[in-house]
Design a protein around this ligand. Structure first.
Ligand code: AMP
Ligand code: TRP
Length: 332
């Protein structure tokens, strides 16, 4: 059973990414063969500054490793370090109907948001299909917004198989538990595009400041407050034990506690929660060579599997066997 997922390095990860996705990827590494990659080729559809992309990729690797992704268990790699994926994308594109891509909601959404409607953005789901199919992935954990892309992947694989034989493995989606939608500082869903995120690893001062900026109503200090409609309380639930949560709920309902105090409680809990990861991140950031080794070792593992699947695909379509070709002429 192979689990695979990708995450785009389009900016710094936030609490929503961690509780909604990353934490669940990390849990899955323990009982499955896991491949996780930093989707830098996908990020190119929106990030057009090379130095920003480079930094984002590095930050993504540091964050994932610091948060507990264990490279001895899961292969962690950069998508673009496996060139086989781009080749497979082309081969898949030749059997992908335009109408299938035209139906994709995320393309329409992104276009509506003003992201340039380049061919790369339009064919993005085919690259995602290649990401998945290249490694015979069985299970793909993704957020709800990506489920349609897994269906597209299955459609493309089925079409390929119906033309060329049973070559590609059909993956299943595993919907991540996003039931606890993480609210941002304005109370709306935390999202980079709303500018309301709380990042995972700011310094103590900036983190406190960000938490203090959480929007609250004007209930006076002495009045009782409703924890269930408070973003501060919802965020606190991500970090606190049931007893701690109950204790804060009592303070809300009793009155006499200002939101500032609740925010300070949240800040403390979050600061402690990420303390170990923060220390690991600092260590790794000071040792880029080790991070690079991890990413390269991950890419080697991924390429080994990817080359095997691509070989199957190439020969099924009538292309030459890459193995024979490489050995004969193009050994580099
Ligand atoms: P994005 O960067 O918005 O594409 O987020 C990547 C993944 O992180 C999503 O597919 C979700 O699984 C998760 N995620 C992002 N924001 C939130 C949130 N506010 N609450 C829960 N999960 C989230
Ligand atoms: N498109 C996904 C997102 O924006 C990231 C991604 C790229 C991915 N390739 C993938 C996720 C393959 C799962 C499998 O979140």
């Amino acid at each position: 059973m192979r689990v695979l997922s990708g995450i785009q390095p389009t900016g710094r990860f936030h609490w929503g990414n961690y509780f909604g996705a990353i934490r669940q990827y990390i849990d899955l590494q323990n009982n499955e063969q896991a491949f996780y990659f930093i989707a830098d080729l996908h990020a190119l559809t929106t990030v057009r500054e090379p130095q920003v992309l480079r930094q984002n990729i590095q930050d993504a690797a540091l964050d994932l490793l610091a948060l507990g992704l264990n490279p001895d268990k899961a292969a962690l790699f950069r998508q673009s370090d496996v060139p086989e994926v781009s080749e497979l994308q082309w081969l898949l594109m030749t059997v992908t109907q335009m109408s299938l891509l035209e139906k994709c909601v995320s393309y329409k959404d992104k276009k509506a948001k003003g992201i340039p409607a380049d061919a790369g953005l339009f064919t993005y789901p085919v690259l995602m299909a290649a990401d998945i199919l290249l490694y015979d992935s069985d299970l793909v954990p993704v957020g709800g917004d990506q489920i349609q892309h897994i269906e597209v992947t299955r459609d493309i694989a089925q079409r390929f198989n119906s033309i060329f034989g049973e070559v590609l493995v059909l993956p299943d989606a595993k919907t991540l538990d996003e039931s606890a939608k993480v609210p941002g500082v304005d109370g709306e869903k935390m999202s980079k595009s709303y500018g309301n995120t709380i990042e995972l690893f700011p310094g103590e001062k900036p983190l406190r400041k960000r938490i203090m900026s959480i929007k609250t109503d004007t209930t006076p200090v002495e009045s009782p407050k409703d924890p269930d409609t408070s973003a501060i309380y919802q965020l606190y639930q991500l970090f606190a034990s049931p007893d701690e949560q109950a204790a804060l709920a009592v303070k809300y309902k009793k009155g006499g506690m200002g939101y500032g105090e609740a925010k300070e409680t949240l800040f403390r809990a979050a600061w402690v929660h990420f303390a170990a990861a923060r220390a690991r991140r600092e260590q790794l950031a000071a040792d880029p060579a080790t991070v690079e080794d991890i990413l390269r070792a991950g890419a080697r593992r991924a390429r080994e599997k990817g080359a095997e699947v691509l070989e199957r695909v190439r020969t099924a379509c009538g292309l030459t066997s890459r193995k024979a070709f490489l050995n004969a002429d193009f050994r580099v």
